[in-house]
Write a protein that binds this ligand. Structure first.
Ligand SMILES: NC(=O)c1ccc[n+]([C@@H]2O[C@H](COP(=O)([O-])OP(=O)(O)OC[C@H]3O[C@@H](n4cnc5c(N)ncnc54)[C@H](O)[C@@H]3O)[C@@H](O)[C@H]2O)c1
Length: 328
């Protein structure tokens, strides 16, 4: 039976990925190692907590002794490293935790993996490592030009992961995805903040003039891509994951406001006060990257992957989830 050691599995993408794994595989064991920072929430995994093939361990990936014990005891075949400090704004306030978890934590996992007989180590990275692009798209060969402390910590981790492949032959693969959205995302991130503030009739803060562009992927499309990379990806490679659905932040907010009204109307709920007057422009983020754009042709052509959820339907599912879970 394959054994998956997943770090950061109580967070947004990690929890969606664990559920996705169990839905698509019968004979697997999952060990979820998560420190449960403010971003981790075990409610995200309520539906599988009693599954005999699932184990949760509250631990910091920087804790080498504990991680060595966990590797020795559970003997995982696959390591998927989601654990990270993930919010750019927090990294601008203070980068220390970002360096510790994202870089040193990754180093601990790599060293533990070297001592174990693992089949694959998947590092979950981000399009932010390529930095801002006015136009065009970064490929896996593009230079890394991270522009904020979060992105710099992720780029550092990527280089470390690659060095373990080149130096020791550790079977690693890196995925770099664009912005994810969907159920279970923390309210501090853009889409949940827009949804929950609108539902509450609170102002929706938008940086600058809202002209920054991001590329949005529904979280389960990312999970599907990661699973394909896990099953069939080539060792030592990097795979960009993107839907190429690009939106200016201001346009995204307007789409979401319209969608929230539609969803509420369909449920027979009052939509009074939900309109574009809720948008409030605020002082721009320091060093705010203008646009990320990545080319995911390699993943599409070699692993036959594509998205199945378009923005409109993904947003509808996400809005419904926040309403149904009373998260506003
Ligand atoms: N969310 C996105 O849009 C996006 C896009 C591209 C890449 N990524 C990457 O995907 C991964 C997951 O992102 P997310 O949005 O789910 O993040 P998240 O912030 O929702 O979850 C992170 C999880 O890691 C855990 N964690 C943090 N520090 C830890 C530590 N020292 N030891 C163990 N666990 C720790 C937290 O408790 C939390 O459960 C991250 O590596 C992030 O860089 C995210």
């Amino acid at each position: 039976m394959d054994r998956y050691l997943i770090t950061g599995g109580a967070g947004f993408i990690g929890s969606n990925f664990i559920k996705y794994l169990f839905e698509n595989n019968k004979d697997i064991k999952v060990i979820n190692v998560d420190k449960l920072t403010y971003a981790g929430n075990l409610k995200n995994l309520q539906c599988i907590k009693n599954n005999d093939n699932y184990t949760f361990i509250q631990e910091d990936i920087c804790n080498r002794n504990s991680l060595e014990e966990i590797f020795k005891f559970y003997k995982p075949n696959y390591i998927i490293n989601f654990a990270a400090e993930s919010h750019v704004d927090r990294s601008i306030e203070s980068s220390e935790k970002f360096i510790k978890t994202n870089v040193l934590g990754t180093q601990v996992l790599l060293e533990c993996s070297l001592k174990s007989k693992i089949k694959k180590f998947i590092q979950i990275s981000t399009d932010e490592v390529y930095g801002s692009l006015e136009s065009g798209f970064s490929t896996e060969e593009s230079l890394l030009r991270p522009k904020n402390p979060y992105a710099a910590s992720k780029a550092s981790a990527d280089l470390l992961v690659q060095s373990f492949y080149n130096t020791y032959g550790l079977p690693i693969i890196i995925t770099r995805s664009s912005n994810n959205y969907g159920p279970h995302q923390h309210n501090e991130k853009l889409i949940p903040k827009i949804i929950t503030n609108c539902l509450d009739r609170r102002k929706v803060p938008i940086y600058g003039r809202g002209t920054n562009v991001r590329d949005w992927i529904y979280v389960l499309d990312n999970c599907d891509a990661i699973k394909k990379v896990l099953n069939k990806g080539s060792i030592g490679e990097i795979y960009n994951i993107s839907s190429n659905i690009e939106k200016r932040n201001i346009d995204l907010v307007k789409i979401i406001i319209k969608k929230i009204k539609e969803v509420l109307q369909n449920k027979g709920i009052n939509t009074e006060g939900i309109n574009e007057d809720l948008i409030k422009y605020v002082t721009d983020r320091k060093g705010h990257d203008k646009r990320y754009g990545i080319n995911a042709t390699k993943l599409k052509e070699t692993l036959n992957w594509n998205i199945t959820t378009q923005l409109e339907s993904g947003l509808e599912k996400t809005i419904n989830w926040y309403i149904d879970n009373n998260l506003y």
